[in-house]
Write a protein that binds this ligand. Sequence first.
Ligand SMILES: *Cc1c(COP(=O)(O)O)cnc(C)c1O
Length: 428
Amino acid sequence: MDYQNTLTFAAEQDEQDVLKDFRNRFLIPKHHGQDAIYLCGNSLGLQPKSSAQYIADQMKTWEKLAVEGWFQGDDPWLEYHKPLSSSIAKIVGANENEVAVMNSLTVNLHLLMISFYKPSGNRFKIVMEGGAFPSDQYAVESQVKFHGFDPKDAVIEIFPRDGELTLRTEDILNIINQHADELALVLFSGINYYTGQFFDLQAITRAAHRAGAYAGFDLAHAAGNVPLKLHEWGADFACWCSYKYMNSGPGGISGIFVHEKHFADTEMNRFAGWWGYRADKRFLMAPGFDPAIGADGWQVSTSPILLLALFKASMAIFDEVGGIDILRNKSVALTGYLEFLINEINKRRGDEAFKIITPTDSDARGGQLSVVCTKNAKAIFKYLADNGVIGDWREPDVIRLSPVPLYNSFTDVYKAVKHLSEALEAVK
Ligand SMILES: *Cc1c(COP(=O)(O)O)cnc(C)c1O
């Protein structure tokens, strides 16, 4: 796309935007009475206006039916999660029975590692990206220790080459190959939270399988942001949260993917609970765990209906959009515009006040750009906040900006970068 550095251009793009009406479905925080410029959907997506009603409906069911709400009413709680599997399966590229909506993200990562990290003999190592989200690092370290290994021996982290900021796929694949005899698991994020790099998950999956290891993914920054084909790629498992790009509220419900090729393996370790029991017999309350076939068999606890209600409000919007590709088209254009405008600042000044560490190739990133402020970083971030631009800060000098196609506009992006440019003058 031929971008232009004018408000008129941005407004024209907004006018032609097929998703433009969706912005009005969300509650946009205010700054001095005006819509703030919210570029923080990578951290917490905005609240759909419909969410409150979804919650209110369930409060009403609880009020009117109390315990009978599990079995009666328009939308009995026992089945409440079912249609959600169908919506989320489309978003992550899975069959409906390969996904389950449950728990929170790090909890799910632990549960899945119980099934898919099975060290035996020489095969006890895990390859992961260096600088993974801290919760994932802690989860992996504690799992490794739980099996009696020292993380120093068992966890292989891959870092960028000297002088480079992101990982090369060839390096990832090489390291997997090099350790082929000792690998139990390759665990990557879909999109690295810090750099915004979108990894080649298909290539990683293939390499992991060639090495005789499982491939699992944490899709916190990828689900609802970029197209995914977990089933087709043959990934063994994945998990994600829904409060980032899927707008289901702070601490919103997570989800898991388990590839159907594993459903027949009845020996697989799993930390079981009654909600994973086959649904037709769950209430016989019999001894001996008989899991539901499919990802549902990994469920542990009673469905948290209020969290599911928030997720349902969000999924209704995604369903209405009619496909992640439609979101992705706008996302690529919006993020490209953000990149173009930031580079314009550097060009005009003849320096590199802002250095984008996210890959320039749109296939290797999602909506987020991570911007290093080479001078006065903290003060620039504060200037943005004082002027109603909400991004987020990562130590020591990175501002993450994530235009989200459901509710951000080209005008948002234009104005945000205008403030960024002004900040350079203002905080000198
Ligand atoms: C956001 C995020 C988390 C957060 O996990 P919670 O259990 O929801 O607190 C974990 N891992 C990654 C990669 C994330 O981006």
